[in-house]
Design a protein. Structure first.
Length: 474
């Protein structure tokens, strides 16, 4: 409609058109304002207010939400240190006489008593290949009047092959050390003086994964009997595709499996959560709640990060109040545990519960659910803040389970720590070339992580497995 058309209209009609235009502009401004806020919040994300890793933080580094406990950095008074100690007798002893004695004309006839004034130890290693020749002996038995022959050990199957120590070292470098197969080849060639082909190293890793897979399968069965487990999932790149590593772990067991789906389909394929009956600690990823036989406990660290994000992006006071309340709950629990009390007094819990509800009522008042626009289909968008508030109300018992049941930890850090090796592997290598390689790495990582938790040297665990003597799953 142009100016001439407007002049032909009545005043009331022009006002109606103007008001309609104003309403449309206001709606557009509101939409753009919300979009700007969303983009600013996304730009403001860092490791303290989201699930982004610390390595993604830009300078200056985001401050930790942890409060100072007043203690100085380093070991505290009374802490028993663990220094470098000599645990076996010296292989070589070198005596250093006084310098004048070396040039003394009477050195050979000197009878002056000598004593050790001080000792210092130099710890080094000697690296050299050890070639063992296995001979199968044949002999003609005079009593049986027949030729009898000895047998090679079970692990000796080729004319020339590598031993378990060397094979375990190659696998450890490639998996634990995050060293590529090519660089592993270079290191072993430089150390031992003879080349081990990249194909052989790849075969060693594959054979190790196959060898420990039975133990990992048994660990999967054992973890189903645990009363509390930690669960998480993380994306990995496999041959230019996104795959998902799913973890279920305890302080003694690690089980990691690769699937093509992050949600319930992937969890079902892993086969742990559909059969598990117990307490599972995880983030608030909705597919976990499909499993009704599980008692769910939610990660407090994830909640703290979300509340920090709300505080920084919206300046709403309720988020900081709730964060302080959650941290106070944790401190109270820690104090009670230090007093060997394993349940909070009822009146203490009721007071905290009342404060929690009061803060969330304040949050709901500040973030009302938008009214439905009759001109638009579907439900109105609540926004991230209101969605978080609704989760806090709906899942109050699960967020606070760590306080109502002292056996439940505050965070899901156990799973995140056990997963860290996957992120390090991708940081070093970029991605996995094949699905089989990703699965082999997950299998070996599960085995080695479990061994480490049980006080077994990862290298020794791999070597023993290659000798068909893996540790027991239970």
């Amino acid at each position: 409609m142009n100016r001439d058309d407007l002049l032909k209209l009545e005043k009331s009609e022009i006002l109606d058109i103007l008001f309609l235009i104003i309403d449309e502009q206001i709606a557009k401004i509101d939409e753009l304002t919300a979009k700007v806020s969303e983009l600013e919040a996304r730009l403001n994300q860092n490791s303290t207010n989201s699930s982004k890793p610390p390595s993604s933080d830009v300078f200056p580094r985001a401050q930790s939400p942890r409060k100072s406990n007043g203690k100085k950095a380093g070991g505290q008074k009374g802490h028993k240190g663990k220094g470098f100690k000599i645990t076996q007798p010296s292989d070589i002893v070198v005596s250093h006489n006084p310098v004048p004695c070396a040039h003394c004309a009477h050195a050979d006839a000197c009878t002056a008593p000598k004593e050790i004034g001080d000792r210092r130890y130099e710890v080094d290693i000697e690296i050299k290949p050890i070639i063992t020749e296995h001979q199968k002996v044949r002999v003609h038995c005079p009593w049986a009047d027949e030729i009898i022959t000895g047998n090679f050990p079970a692990g000796i199957t080729s004319t020339v092959q590598y031993g378990a120590n060397l094979e375990a070292l190659a696998v450890s470098l490639n998996t634990l050390g995050m060293v590529s197969i090519n660089r592993t080849h270079e290191i072993l060639k430089g150390v031992f003086g003879f080349p081990i082909s990249t194909g052989t190293i790849a075969t060693m890793v594959k054979n190790c994964a196959h060898t420990v897979s039975k133990t990992v399968s048994n660990l999967k069965k054992v973890i189903l009997g645990e009363t509390l487990i930690h669960c998480d999932e993380t994306s990995i790149k496999v041959n230019k595709k996104i795959r998902w590593a799913h973890i279920a772990c305890t302080k003694d067991i690690t089980c990691i499996f690769i699937e093509g789906n992050r949600g319930q389909n992937g969890m079902d394929a892993v086969g742990i959560l559909p059969k598990y009956i117990g307490t599972a600690i995880h983030d608030c990823w909705s597919p976990y709640f499909k499993y009704n036989s599980i008692r769910h406990g939610l990660c407090g660290a994830h909640l703290i990060r979300e509340l920090i994000a709300v505080t920084e992006n919206t300046r709403q006071e309720w988020a900081e109040k709730l964060m302080n309340l959650i941290l106070e709950l944790k401190a109270t629990k820690d104090e009670l545990l230090s007093q060997q009390k394993y349940v909070a007094p009822l009146h203490v819990w009721e007071e905290y519960s009342r404060k929690y509800d009061e803060i969330l009522r304040e949050a709901q008042a500040q973030n009302p659910i938008p009214e439905k626009d009759p001109n638009k289909k579907g439900r109105p968008k609540k926004g991230k803040v209101r969605a978080l508030i609704d989760r806090l109300v709906l899942r109050k018992d699960q967020w606070l389970l760590f306080f109502t049941d002292f056996t439940v930890p505050f965070t899901n850090n156990q799973a995140e720590r056990d997963f860290r090796v996957f992120k390090l592997k991708q940081k070093a290598s970029g991605s996995f070339r094949t699905e089989e390689g990703a699965n082999d790495f997950a299998t070996i990582t599960s085995f080695v992580s479990t061994a480490r938790k049980r006080g077994i040297s990862p290298f020794m665990a791999i070597r023993d497995a290659l000798l068909n003597q893996p540790f027991a799953a239970r």
